[in-house]
Design a protein. Structure first.
Length: 236
């Protein structure tokens, strides 16, 4: 998996690319656009690293929306594309994620990212960035609120409160209780989806656990693939 030749290599280049792409995000449902996939299918993507060996593995797992059964899975392994800089993690992860999605034979209607969408300082987290590049409907479901504020939701499954930017007061997502009495997840719009639909989708993907089934499957797959790649003398 080669890193794209035109991929940003400096913080300044990455910030400029985020500013260029940010106006292209569609923070509401938009059916019928080029890039639409099969709405019966939903995918999760996740990434694992071996920094000591400069390795990154991305996993894409496609589920049947109705049953949450795994339909297909794919991985991509390569070199880390960008240094670790908070707010610019998409530039570390996206080359591998794009390759994993490209390896699928099914094109899902929606992709769930283990991270952020509009809940990002420049409103272009991984989910939004991925959506703009692929045209797919995307959302982010994160484990932490990053730099944003929220009140604790009520204790029942489905309770939620706004996730807000402390600098502007803007709502950038929702703190969502997916399991009774368990700490919430943080849902944000990625691309071509509204916040209410993103919340509903997250609840549909969490019938038994705090995290979406898409994320759980992708996390497990990328960790297994990284362990296998780490035992290989040279991945390239």
């Amino acid at each position: 998996m080669p890193i794209p030749a035109d991929w940003p290599t400096t913080e300044a280049e990455a910030l400029a690319e985020q500013e260029r792409l940010r106006p292209l995000v569609l923070p509401a449902g938009a059916d019928g656009l080029d890039g639409s996939g099969d709405d019966r299918l939903i995918a999760g993507v996740d990434v694992a690293y071996d920094d000591a060996r400069d390795l990154v593995v991305a996993a894409a797992v496609v589920l049947d929306r109705a049953t949450l059964a795994v339909v297909e899975e794919a991985t991509a392994t390569g070199r880390i594309a960008f240094p670790y800089i908070p707010g610019l993690l998409a530039f570390r992860e996206l080359p591998a994620v794009l390759d994993a999605l490209a390896a699928l034979t099914h094109r899902p209607g929606t992709v769930v990212c283990d991270g952020y969408g509009l809940a990002h300082p420049r409103r272009l987290g991984l989910a939004s960035h991925l959506g703009v590049l692929t045209g797919l409907r995307t959302l982010g479901v994160a484990k932490t609120p990053f730099t944003f504020d929220h009140r604790d939701p009520g204790p029942a499954r489905g309770d939620s409160t706004p996730l807000t930017d402390p600098a502007t007061g803007e709502e950038v997502g929702r703190a969502l209780r997916t399991r009774p009495g368990v700490k919430p997840v943080f849902v944000s719009v990625g691309h071509r989806i509204g916040l209410a639909e993103a919340v509903e989708t997250t609840l549909a993907l969490t019938p038994r656990y705090r995290l979406p089934e898409t994320t759980r499957h992708a996390d497990s797959l990328c960790r297994r693939a990284l362990a296998a790649a780490s035992r290989t003398p040279d991945v390239n």
